[in-house]
Design a protein around this ligand. Structure first.
Ligand code: 4AD
Ligand code: MG
Length: 497
């Protein structure tokens, strides 16, 4: 048995593949099976004249997602999916599938989400999961090569760390407990034992918001470094993101193509330094006249585009009646494309004025909303790192600057409207200040005693950050919504399958 992604090693020899029928088409004395085996797709051709009657019958009985074993001669064929074609000599059916629910026609997202266990087999979903896998591997490689120790932080915890409003409560042998929002506090303890550590695990937030960036269960990577300040923390985050992007571009070009990802949006990141600015500078940009003008111009250009593509649609519709079949198909495809672009433009008409209003009225001291992040990011083609936040809107553990007004935190915002992918900071390392902070937040001092110990016994400056895996996958794959970046998403209203 061989695998489809190894076919190049078997050209002009006979191989056996095991897998599923992805697409099926027959015409007279030929059957075309687009077969998938988990590693890729390949075209298999069964010619009635070349096979026994039994084999022909087996081939003719196949349906979408039937499982099978195919034996045939591998031919190099550039026009074929994957670059090969199998000239089939034998077909062994494992199961003939009846009425596979996901057909090549279009389905709504709710339907696909309800069938997530099957949807995972579709090309785009398959490609996204492979990019996710590559990102995970790249992250481990990045940290392991730099002598970081991977640690597993607990999922049951006794303390809140990222605000009490997003806690999932549970019970731990009759004691109240929470699902971890972050592994950071435990990471800090481990960093005092190992110097450089990172966590890589599931985290939980009971955020009651249905947005394209929020999951209730998501995976976070949290490095924590003894003797690092904010600047070193940011350098590490930038290096890490650059390494991830470079790895995905190097190794997952085929998957990015399946996803239709415009990689010219990613290539600048391999070379260009990221933009660094303070929160105050970011607010100035957001509220500037230049930003307002940019949004006005964007709206105007959408109006022009709408006019142009509507006109194009009228013209090709007229042509449709007398067109040849191949041209008719082309026109149908283009009309569909125009339709979905018009939907997008329609959405922009609703969004842009709101974005503008929110940006212009932004007040220093507030947190950026999703739209503010989007507007800020529109002006750059690399991630921006926003630092020195108003202390009040950031977590209690962040160290403050000399004025005491700003938290030494950093948010990394991804381009193309993907928003915050990293949150991090230098940590408060002073015992007394940390005690004050815990009291101010109204946190239960008792449960934080162990955390205060880290400031009692050999405290050192230290820093770290958390990268959201799903937002990173969404961004690199160019996916609209984080629900497609994890095999079985958990979010408000979605617990099954
Ligand atoms: O900014 P956050 O809340 O930071 C922390 O949890 C820190 N303890 C990290 C640290 O310094 N060690 O979350 C970090 C990242 C966000 O930037 C975002 O990418 C992701 O986690 N994230 C979410 N991803 C999906 N769904 C959600 N509901 C998320 N909340 C945060
Ligand atoms: Mg954050």
């Amino acid at each position: 048995m061989t695998y489809i992604n190894k076919l190049a090693e078997h050209v002009d020899t006979t191989v056996t593949l095991k897998g599923w029928v992805y697409n099926y088409r027959s015409s007279g004395s030929l059957v075309f099976i687009e077969m998938r085996d988990g590693t890729g797709l390949t075209q298999c051709v069964v010619a009635k004249d070349d096979v026994s009657e039994d084999v022909w019958e087996a081939a003719s009985s196949l349906k979408q997602e039937s499982s099978l074993e195919i034996t045939g001669l591998v031919k190099a064929d550039e026009r074929s999916v994957g670059g090969h074609e199998i000239h089939v000599s034998d077909v062994q059916v494992i199961q003939i599938t009846e009425e596979y629910p996901i057909t090549p026609k279009e389905h709504g997202v709710e339907f696909l989400m309800n069938n997530r266990h099957l949807w995972l087999r579709s090309q785009r979903q398959w490609a996204a999961m492979r990019v996710r896998n590559e990102i995970i591997f790249a992250i481990h490689t990045f940290f392991q090569e730099r002598n970081f120790v991977q640690m597993d932080s607990p999922i049951f915890t006794g303390n809140a760390a990222e605000g009490s409003t997003t806690l999932f409560e549970t019970e731990f042998f009759e004691e109240p407990a929470y699902l971890a929002q972050t592994g950071q506090l435990y990471g800090e303890a481990m960093a005092m034992a190992h110097g450089l550590i990172y966590t890589f695990g599931p985290t939980f937030r009971a955020e009651k918001s249905k947005t394209r960036r929020h999951l209730s269960e998501f995976w976070m990577i949290e490095p924590e470094m003894a003797f690092y300040d904010l600047e070193m923390n940011m350098d590490l985050a930038e290096d890490m993101i650059r390494f991830i992007v470079k790895t995905v571009l190097d190794k997952r070009g085929a998957e990015l193509e399946i996803l239709g990802r415009d990689i010219s949006k990613l290539t600048p990141l391999v070379e260009k330094p990221f933009i660094r600015m303070t929160y105050t500078e970011a607010v100035d940009i957001l509220t500037s006249d230049a930003t307002a003008t940019m949004l006005d111009e964007m709206l105007a250009s959408r109006k022009e585009e709408e006019k142009a593509i509507k006109q194009e649609r009228e013209e090709i519709k007229k042509e449709h009646g007398s067109a040849k079949k191949w041209r008719k198909n082309q026109i149908d495809a283009r009309i569909k494309e125009i339709g979905s672009r018009l939907d997008q433009i329609e959405e922009d008409y609703r969004n842009i004025p709101q974005w503008k209003q929110s940006a212009q009225n932004f007040e220093w001291g507030n947190d950026f909303g999703g739209s503010d992040e989007t507007v800020l990011m529109m002006q750059y083609d690399v991630p921006i790192m926003v630092t020195n936040w108003p202390a009040e809107i950031k977590a209690f553990y962040m160290k403050r600057d000399e004025s005491g007004k700003h938290a030494l935190g950093v948010d990394v915002l991804a381009p193309e409207g993907y928003g915050e992918i990293i949150g991090g900071s230098q940590r408060e390392d002073d015992l007394e200040l940390m005690k004050e902070r815990i009291a101010e937040e109204g946190l239960d001092k008792e449960v934080f005693e162990w955390y205060l110990d880290l400031r009692r016994f050999g405290t050192v400056p230290h820093a770290g950050f958390g990268l959201g895996l799903e937002r990173t996958v969404a961004w690199l794959c160019g996916l609209q919504h984080v629900r497609e970046t994890i095999p079985f998403p958990r979010m408000m209203g979605r617990l099954k399958p």
